[in-house]
Design a binder for this molecule. Sequence first.
Ligand SMILES: Cc1cc2nc3c(=O)[nH]c(=O)nc-3n(C[C@H](O)[C@H](O)[C@H](O)COP(=O)(O)OP(=O)(O)OC[C@H]3O[C@@H](n4cnc5c(N)ncnc54)[C@H](O)[C@@H]3O)c2cc1C
Length: 402
Amino acid sequence: MSKADNSDKIIIVGAGSTGTSIAYHLASAGRKVTVIEENAVASGNTGKSSALVRTHYSNRIIAEMSLYSLKFFENFNSIGYSGFTKTGMIFPFDEKYADVARENVAMLRDIGINEQEIAPADIRKFYSDVNLDGYDYVTYEPDSGYADPVSTANSFMSRAKELGANLILKRSVRSVESTRSGPEVELSDGTKIRGEKIILATNVWTNDILARSGISSQKLLPITASMHSIIYLRRPEEYRGPKPTLWDPHQLAYYKMEGSTITAVGSLDPAVDERSVDIHSNLPETAEQDYIEEYLPRIAKRLPSMGKATLISTLNGLYDMSPDGQVICDDLSSEGLDSVYVFAGLSGHGFKLSPAYGRMAADMLMGRDPEECEFDWRPFSRDRFRTGNLITSRYSEIGTIY
Ligand SMILES: Cc1cc2nc3c(=O)[nH]c(=O)nc-3n(C[C@H](O)[C@H](O)[C@H](O)COP(=O)(O)OP(=O)(O)OC[C@H]3O[C@@H](n4cnc5c(N)ncnc54)[C@H](O)[C@@H]3O)c2cc1C
């Protein structure tokens, strides 16, 4: 069995938007990094992402992270290409949520987010035939949009490599362990690589690695995998051209207007988030017919012209759901894995936050004082599920919007 000594390097397992952003932030701070990925950069859930970049969150910490990340995407050219496209986003709420949303807008503005109240009828400027049923209070974010998740992760990784990071592709990490000389990963061919620290940025696959590392089932992370389908449509003639994303919490769906001709329909239904799937079973790559038949009428009800759209394709991706819908960023020393860390449980909204997440995880791995860092990682520890200090949302009945 061969052994590589990288004991001066931080090892990152997983090259999705999370792992590559951590690599970029560490390399920018002059740290030595090795990234190990079993397939290709962005080949996991990052590559399936709708990659919406918005700042309408209902938890102050997350909203601050989303503003930081939005600004990062606006200036991404200094790193590479992210494909960030500013389209604006519209968040309409029904009467039940109107007061909560109003309070939330005040909080977002206080942080410095460009959140504008608009009259429901103003949506007609973008969508002439929109059905305004259940749209009682509407907010608009002109600065939000979407990015290209594959380009973003590859740009993070390329820049990290220019700064000295090492990328190992097509090698799977079997397990991690802590030895007296430092933490080690064992690859599936038996090769061991020692590092200074190791972080698992391996999304729904994190518990598999932990289980193979001897962590008992009761001590695994409280993460489940849920399957989310995206339906891609070609818009009819009257709906061509750039348009803002329209959230439709009333029907638990969102409609992302991509480029001039494509619309992606996704779900906001918490029941979908909560339905866990077995990631070791043969999961379908594309949406079930029942799902398509359920969601196409929703967009057609909201935007009647979209009833004439053509179905192009569908895909299924996985959300790594945590109990409060927020990431778990923690060290595993209490499980006997000294200098081993996890960053998982992003719960279906981790792409837009990847700049803030990478910064936060990098600061943690560099042993900085959390009080002096841009983002304090301690609220994201798994201990919050024991103490009840959850990262709460004002919109608990609307999945993924948080
Ligand atoms: C359909 C869908 C739509 C989404 N839409 C949005 C959105 O609009 N906005 C938003 O912000 N977020 C969205 N998300 C969520 C966001 O895309 C994810 O939270 C984020 O991209 C996850 O990144 P990651 O790097 O943590 O995980 P992944 O991209 O899954 O990366 C994990 C990597 O680890 C690797 N790996 C796993 N096990 C091993 C091993 N043993 N050894 C080596 N490598 C390993 C995998 O190959 C993979 O590349 C969406 C997600 C999905 C599925």
